[in-house]
Design a protein around this ligand. Sequence first.
Ligand SMILES: Cc1ncc(COP(=O)(O)O)c(C=O)c1O
Length: 350
Amino acid sequence: MELNGAQNNGINGNFMYGNSVHHVSVRTQVSVNPAKLKSLRQRWNVRPSEMSKKTLNPIRAIVDGMKLTPNPEKPMIALSIGDPTVFGNMPTDDTVLQAVKEAIDSHKYNGYAPSVGYQKSREAVANFYSCPEAPLEDKDVILTSGCSQAIELAINVLCNPGDNILVPRPGFSLYKTLAVSMGIQVKHYNLLPEKSWEIDLQHLESLIDDKTACLIVNNPSNPCGSVFSREHQHKILSVASRNCIPILADEIYGDMVFPGCDFYLMLAHPQVGIEMEHFPDFQNDVEFTERLVTEQSVFCLPATAFEYPNFFRIVVTVPEEMMIEACIRIREFCARHYRPRSQDSHELDQ
Ligand SMILES: Cc1ncc(COP(=O)(O)O)c(C=O)c1O
C-alpha cells in the first residue's frame, strides 16, 4: 500500500490488519516555502512578562535602596525580621522534631503527595480548627507551602483582573504585591492607632463597590502587633455579611495568642510613631531608620514599607538583653536628634 501526501513525513513500516501484515511506505512531498525556513526571531530577546513587571516587593524596594552602614563600635542589632529561631529563643518543640524524624525514617513520604495534602494531615487540621458553629472536614482543608501560597491561591480563586480587594493600612505588603501583579486593584482601609489598631469600619464600608471581590483581614496583625476583640471581629463580620463580601482571613499568628499573656510576647511587630516635627534632621521614616543604623547599629523597618509613613516597625523576637540594649540605643538616638518646639520642655529629659 502506498500513500502520497504533501504534508506527510517519510514513514516506512509494517502494520497488522486482521491476520495479515501490510507494508506501508509513505513518501513525503513537502512543498516548503524558502522564506519560512528563516526563523521568525533572528536573535535572543527574552522579555520579562507583564505580570513580572507589575510585581513589586515594597520592603525590598525600600531596604535595598537604603545606605545601611552600621557604627563599627557597636554590634549590629537587627529588629527588622521577626525570626525567633535566629537566637534559639523559641526552639521547635521536641514532639514536632520527633514526628518529622519518624516521617523521614519511615521512607513512606519520599514520593509525590496529593497536591492538596495528605488525607490524614488534612483531617488533623480540620479537627483542630473545627467548632460547632463552623464544623470543618478534611475536604475543607488544603495544605499549602507556607501562608504566602495560601494567600495567593485564595486571591486567585476569588478575584479577576479589574476587581478590587480591601487590605489594611498599615498592612503586610504581600497582599498588594500579589494583587497588583494579577491586575487587581488594591484599596486600603485604615487601621486606627488610637484604638489599638482596630479597623475604621466606616472607612472600610465606604470603599466597597460592585467590583470588590474580597476583604483581607489580618488578625493578629503584622505590622501592628494588635489582636482584635471578639466584639470588633463581630462588627467586621457584620460589614462583610451586609455587603456580601467574602473575607480572606490571614490568621497566621492566631495560635500565638495565649490567654492572660498576649501575642506581644514573642512575635509582635509593634509600630512606633515618629513625631517628625521634632526630628528636623530627617525628612521621613526611611532617613530616620537609616541614621539609626549609622549611629547606633540598630535596624528597624521604616513603615513606609507598610504604606504607613513616619512610623517604624520593630520586632521583639531577639533575646531580652538585646532588646533592652536596642531600646537604650534608640532612646540615646532620639535624645540626640529631638528638637522641642520652642514652648515645649524637653520631654525626653523627664
Ligand atoms: C501577616 C502575614 N501573613 C503571611 C505571611 C507569610 O507567611 P509564610 O512565611 O508562611 O509564607 C507573613 C510572614 O511574615 C505574615 O506576617
